[in-house]
Design a protein around this ligand. Structure first.
Ligand code: SAH
Ligand code: AVI
Length: 346
């Protein structure tokens, strides 16, 4: 891990230098040798992948970004009323345009004393976006954490008041059991007055959902195939992305959109960094992403299971996207405190 002071108001902690390469090797070996081959979706986000995701956010079919942004704009003042000072911690911050709605509201309400703490695996997205924020908000301090939020959550400072923000329905990219572990980990960092703002995408008609992941300009396809270039560059693989088709469909039973790369011919690939050859038959797929879609009931079930409770629920008029404000269940706080006291030998 290394710390860099970029400017007087901006510090960066990088937790990925040590772990990224070994994690990638382990995950790709496991994923490409499994019966249903897979590559974890966090590997989409190299510089090109992060840029392609930004393009996706602007696509007419990808309703998620603009809808969540409109909810945030409407709810920002109410959300920031009780958050005058502390750490605004954004998990999976990406290009972080959305956080500006909250910062604008905070600075309008009072001379806010807020430190922005973006946490993202993509160093390029985090650095670019944070520098832009420093220019816009002359009083803002930034502590950027380049990290995998499923592994390095312990690097997040906990001393101050905290408002966690996890937007864009990135929680939908976790399997059910992983979202439970993740939310519990966040709950462990929260005090009784801290909050988590969670953006989720709701179940809606198949046509709308499948359209959002099969855009006519082919940007989502490029984003999906980009993961093969990450493997080529980082692991010395020789995948040809033209030998794969992008496919994305709604799995109704599991209430999720699935993205795969489907081989359009028999593929023989070498992954030098793993000393591995793989033979992928025509028609076989590599599963690259799940995007879970929620009902109010399934979302409440997920957060309650992690020891959190809904304090406010914001939505757009069509009910397509929701922004859920969460706090700790009182019992979770008591349990966590008791556990901490046992650990501290009190
Ligand atoms: N919050 C933004 C971006 C969502 S895209 C929005 O709402 O539009 C998902 C973001 O999460 C990307 O920036 C990606 O780099 C980051 N990400 C994905 N998996 C991650 C992981 N395991 N740890 C940290 N960041 C991750
Ligand atoms: C970041 N994540 C919530 C996006 C999603 O909708 O699952 C990533 C994405 N994949 C294809 N399009 C967008």
């Amino acid at each position: 891990m290394n710390h860099t002071l970029i400017a007087e108001r901006m510090e960066i902690v990088n937790c990925m230098n040590d772990t990224f390469h070994n994690d990638l090797k382990r995950d790709v070996l496991k994923g490409l040798t499994a019966a249903q081959r897979f590559i974890p979706s966090k590997y989409f986000y190299d510089t090109r992948g992060s840029n392609l995701f930004e393009e996706i956010c602007l696509l007419p079919e990808y309703y998620l970004t603009r809808t969540e942004l409109s909810i945030l704009k409407d709810a920002a003042t109410v959300i920031m009323e009780n958050f005058q000072e502390g750490d605004l911690i954004e998990l999976g911050s990406g290009a972080n345009w959305k956080i500006r709605t909250l910062l604008d509201a905070a600075y309008k309400l009072y001379p806010a004393n807020i430190r922005y703490v973006p946490v993202d695996v993509s160093e390029s997205a985090l650095l670019g976006a944070s520098k832009r924020l420093l220019e816009i908000y002359p009083d803002l301090k930034v502590l950027g954490i380049v990290a995998d939020f499923t592994q390095h959550i312990g690097q997040i400072p906990v001393e101050r008041n905290k408002l966690f923000v996890f937007l864009g329905s990135t929680i939908g990219n976790f399997k059910e059991e992983d979202s439970n572990i993740f939310l519990k980990n966040i709950a462990c960092l929260m005090g009784p007055d801290d909050r988590l703002l969670l953006g989720i995408d709701m179940v809606k008609p198949r046509k709308t959902l499948e359209g959002a992941y099969n855009d006519t300009q082919g940007i989502t396809s490029e984003f999906n195939k980009n993961v093969l270039s990450v493997l080529n560059r980082k692991l010395g693989a020789n995948f040809d992305s033209d030998h794969f088709d992008h496919i994305a469909f709604l799995n109704t039973e599991k209430e999720r959109v699935e993205m795969h790369l489907q081989a359009n011919c028999n593929v023989s690939a070498e992954i030098k960094g793993l000393d591995l050859s793989v033979e992928i038959k025509k028609g076989e797929t590599i599963h690259t992403e799940i995007s879970r879609k929620f009902s109010r009931e399934s979302a409440e079930k997920m957060v309650n299971k992690a020891g959190l409770k809904t304090t406010r629920w914001f939505s757009d008029p069509k009910g397509w996207v929701s922004l859920v404000e969460l706090g700790l269940q009182p019992q979770t706080y008591t349990d966590l405190k008791e556990k901490q006291e046992v650990e501290n030998g009190k």
